[in-house]
Design a protein around this ligand. Structure first.
Ligand SMILES: Nc1ncnc2c1ncn2[C@@H]1O[C@H](COP(=O)(O)OP(=O)(O)OP(=O)(O)O)[C@@H](O)[C@H]1O
Length: 294
C-alpha cells in the first residue's frame, strides 16, 4: 500500500498542495484536474523527484525517502516530457534505460521484446526514434516505465499526443496491467480515465476534493441533471438563469445539459464523469475565461 499522509508542498511562499491524504492499494487511479492544479507536483513527490514540505509518503508503512533504491526498484515513471536520444533505435534506447535501472542485459532484451509486443510495436525495435510518430514515442515512454516490472506505475499525462485509436488501445493496456499493480495516471481529459479508473482523484484549490469510485462521484449530480432542447433565441436567457454544463447543436436548435434543484419540463439524465468534472471545475473555467477575455 502506498499512502500519502498530510502532505503539503510549498515552492517558497507559494503553496502548490495542502494537507493531501491518499491511499493507493491496487488498480487504476485517475488524477483528474485542470492544468496547474498540482498533478505533476504530487507525482514528482510520489517518485521522490521532489519532497514534501510537510507530511510523509509511505510504501508498506515505510517512508519512501528512507526506502531509497528499494522503492525506486518497484517504481515505473513516465514524466510529461520524457527525454530520449533521437538517433537511438527503440531497442538501444530501452537497453540504455534498463542499464540505468541496473537490469541484466539479456533479461532486458527479452523484456523489451515483450513490452514492444504489449504496446503494439513489435516490429520497430531496430528503427530510430526520430522516425516515430508522437503516439509511437509515447508508447516507447510507457515501455521504459515498465522495464523493471514495477509494482507502482506513475504516468503523467500519458495520453498527450495520442490519437483516439491509440487512446483506446492505451486504456486496454492499462486495464491489463492494473491487475496486480498500483497505476496512477494524471490527465485533464475525462475520457482517458472514464470506465477504466477504479478511483478518481480530483484536486481543487490545492487540496484533494474527491477521491472515490466513479459511481460515487456520479451521485453528486444524481436527480439534478437535466437535458432540454431550445431554439437559439432562448439560449442566452437560459444560460443566464441555469447552471449549464454543456451544449450541443442539433438541427437549428440547442440541446443543453444543466444542473437544477427544481424540476421542470425537462428530461432527467444520468450523470457521467464528464458532467461531474464540468460541474466541479465550472467556476475555474469561467474565472480563467474572465481573465483571458475580461
Ligand atoms: N519548481 C517550481 N517552482 C515554483 N512553482 C512551481 C514549481 N513547480 C510547479 N510550480 C507551481 O505549482 C503549481 C502546480 O504545478 P504542477 O506542474 O504540479 O501542476 P499540474 O496540475 O501538473 O499542471 P500541468 O498539467 O500544467 O503540468 C503551478 O501553479 C506551478 O506554477
Amino acid at each position: 500500500m502506498l499512502e500519502v499522509h498530510n502532505v503539503t508542498k510549498k515552492y517558497k511562499s507559494f503553496t502548490a498542495l495542502e494537507d493531501i491524504n491518499l491511499q493507493f492499494d491496487h488498480g487504476i487511479y485517475g488524477l483528474l484536474a485542470p492544468n496547474g492544479a498540482g498533478k505533476t507536483t504530487l507525482m514528482k513527490m510520489l517518485v521522490t523527484l521532489t519532497f514534501p514540505t510537510d507530511g510523509e509518503i509511505t510504501y508498506q508503512g515505510e517512508d519512501i525517502i528512507n526506502l531509497g533504491e528499494d522503492y525506486r526498484d518497484i517504481l515505473g515513471y513516465l514524466p510529461q516530457d520524457f527525454g530520449y536520444y533521437k538517433s537511438y533505435t527503440a531497442e538501444k534506447y530501452l537497453l540504455y534505460v534498463a542499464a540505468l535501472k541496473g537490469l541484466n542485459k539479456q533479461k532486458a532484451k527479452q523484456r523489451i521484446r515483450e513490452l514492444l509486443e504489449i504496446v503494439g510495436l513489435p516490429n520497430v525495435a531496430k528503427k530510430k526514434l526520430k522516425t516515430f510518430s508522437g503516439g509511437m514515442l509515447q508508447r516507447i515512454g510507457i515501455c521504459q516505465a515498465l522495464l523493471n516490472d514495477p509494482k507502482v506505475v506513475i504516468l503523467d499525462e500519458p495520453t498527450a499526443g495520442l490519437d483516439p485509436k491509440e487512446r483506446a488501445r492505451f486504456k486496454r493496456l492499462l486495464s491489463t496491467l492494473a491487475r496486480d499493480r498500483i497505476i496512477l495516471l494524471s490527465t485533464h481529459i475525462v475520457s482517458d480515465v472514464e470506465s477504466i479508473a477504479n478511483e478518481i482523484i480530483m484536486i481543487k484549490d490545492n487540496r484533494i476534493l474527491y477521491s472515490m469510485p466513479q459511481q460515487e462521484l456520479n451521485k453528486l449530480l444524481e436527480e439534478r441533471l437535466f437535458e432540454t432542447t431550445l431554439p437559439f433565441s432562448e439560449l442566452e436567457k437560459f444560460r443566464a438563469t441555469h447552471s449549464v454544463l454543456s451544449e450541443k447543436q442539433e438541427k437549428n436548435k440547442m440541446t443543453v445539459r444543466f444542473v437544477a434543484t427544481e424540476t421542470g419540463p425537462w428530461n432527467k439524465v444520468e450523470p457521467t464523469l464528464e458532467d461531474v468534472f464540468l460541474y466541479v471545475f465550472e467556476e475555474e473555467t469561467e474565472s480563467s475565461e474572465e481573465i483571458k477575455y475580461g
